[in-house]
Each structure stands twice: as C-alpha cells, then as structure tokens.
Design a protein around this ligand. Structure first.
Ligand code: ADP
Ligand code: TYD
Length: 202
C-alpha cells in the first residue's frame, strides 16, 4: 500500500470493530506505515466534548446530525487532513457512513439532507478503504450485553439496528470500490486472519 491512506471502521454497535483497530494499525506499522488511530464522534478535544453530549443527551434528530458533522469538521481540519498531508495512514473508528447508517437508516433523516451536509463538510474526501464489520443484530446485542454499560444509541431497539445495518449494507453495495464486508460472526482469530490477508493484498 502507498502511504497516506484513509481507512474507516464501521458496523452496528457490538459488531466488533473496536476490537480490531489496534490489530490493523499494528499490521500497517509492521510494513513501515506511520499510523494515526482516531474516532468519531470525537478525535479532537472539541469533538470529544460533542461526543459526550451527543451520546448521552436527548436532542432533536437534526441537532444530533449537525453535531456529528460539527465534530467531523473539526476532526478533518485538526487530525485527518494534516495526517494525510504528512503521508500518515489514518484509521478512524467511524466516519460519515455511520451518519448515513444511524441518523439516516436508523432514525430516518432524509438521505438528501445527509448528502448536502457531506458535500459541505468534505466535498473532496472519502475513505480509501472502509471495513464494514457485519453481524446479525442478536449477535451484536449479546456481545454488548456481556461487555458494557450502554449509551443512548446502544439502548435502541432491534428495529433501529436492523435499519442501521441495512443502510450500511446498502452503502457497501453502492460503493463497492472502497467497502469490504467483514463477516464478524467468526472468531476473533479468524477475523484477524482475513484482515491480515486483506491488508497484505492492498
Ligand atoms: N468475533 C468476536 N467473537 C466474540 N466476541 C467478540 C468478537 N469481536 C468482539 N467481541 C466482543 O464483543 C464486544 C463488543 O466488541 P467491540 O469491538 O467493542 O464492538 P464495536 O466496537 O463494534 O461496538 C467486546 O466485548 C468484544 O470483546
Ligand atoms: C460517527 C457516528 C456515530 N454514531 C453513533 C454510533 C455509536 O452508537 C456511537 C458511538 O460510536 P462508537 O465509538 O462505536 O461507540 P463505542 O465506543 O461505545 O463502541 O455513536 C452515530 O449515530 N452517528 C455518527 O455519525
């Protein structure tokens, strides 16, 4: 892989994406890439403050969406674009596909509004590679229940996650050149083997 790649990790809560970020970062470092790992919402001091609000306060759907994009604007300006300009690889735990999946698919905000915001905030920038960790809802839910206290999104009902997952899969079909779907029902070591193959082949 040449340097300066923008890689995003996506999937419904509990799909297992956070489990694999350090592993993929290490694979890339072993081949000599400089890697910045970051996340959304968040990734900057202001973004982390917005994250606290958006994950824990009830708010209007459009407010929620605008805060996701506000966090993203700051993230692009302070972290993502400078790192890519230096030639570093950036791995982000979620990016704009998450807004389409959660606020669009899950909460039903019109996709045209999201497209307008995307055009405003990052008209030229898209991930080079998006790893979509895909699992049935019941598997994700069982993993979450076993692992942590749930935030506002993680407490949503099954239909919300079914719609969120469906929008992720729709986008994967729409942008097949950058999406890779990872079957996350497998064991962690099986998934790591696939990730190694995928990263080695890039
Ligand atoms: N392939 C897997 N098999 C079994 N458990 C897993 C697997 N991947 C992740 N987990 C566990 O499921 C929980 C949620 O994983 P996490 O990576 O935090 O998900 P996400 O970041 O997608 O919300 C964690 O406790 C993690 O250890
Ligand atoms: C980036 C983004 C995240 N989210 C949601 C998805 C997650 O439920 C939540 C936080 O994501 P995440 O960092 O995956 O949570 P955790 O650290 O608990 O694994 O924010 C949106 O609804 N829209 C967005 O645009």
């Amino acid at each position: 892989m040449t340097s300066a790649k923008f890689i995003t990790f996506e999937g419904i809560d509990g799909a297992g994406k956070s489990t694999h970020i350090a592993f993929v970062a290490e694979l890339l470092r072993q081949r000599g890439d400089k890697v910045v790992t970051t996340r959304e919402p968040g990734g900057t001091p202001l973004g982390e403050t917005l994250r606290e609000l958006v994950l824990h306060q009830p708010m209007h759907l459009e407010t929620e969406t605008l805060l996701m994009f506000a966090s993203r604007r700051e993230h692009l300006a302070q972290v993502i674009e400078p790192a890519l300009a230096r030639g570093d690889t950036v791995i982000s735990d979620r990016f704009t596909d998450a807004t389409f999946a959660y606020q669009g698919g899950g909460r039903k905000l019109a996709l045209e509004k999201l497209e307008t915001l995307e055009q405003w905030v990052h008209p030229q920038r898209q991930p080079d590679l998006t790893l979509l960790f895909d699992v049935p809802l019941e598997v994700a839910r069982a993993r979450l229940d076993a692992s942590r206290t749930l935030d506002k999104f993680e407490q949503e009902k099954a239909t919300f996650f079914a719609d969120t997952r469906a929008e992720y899969l729709r986008r994967a079909a729409q942008f097949p050149e950058r999406f890779r779907i990872i079957d996350s029902t497998r064991t962690i070591s099986e998934i790591q083997a696939s990730l190694t193959e995928l990263i080695t082949a890039l």
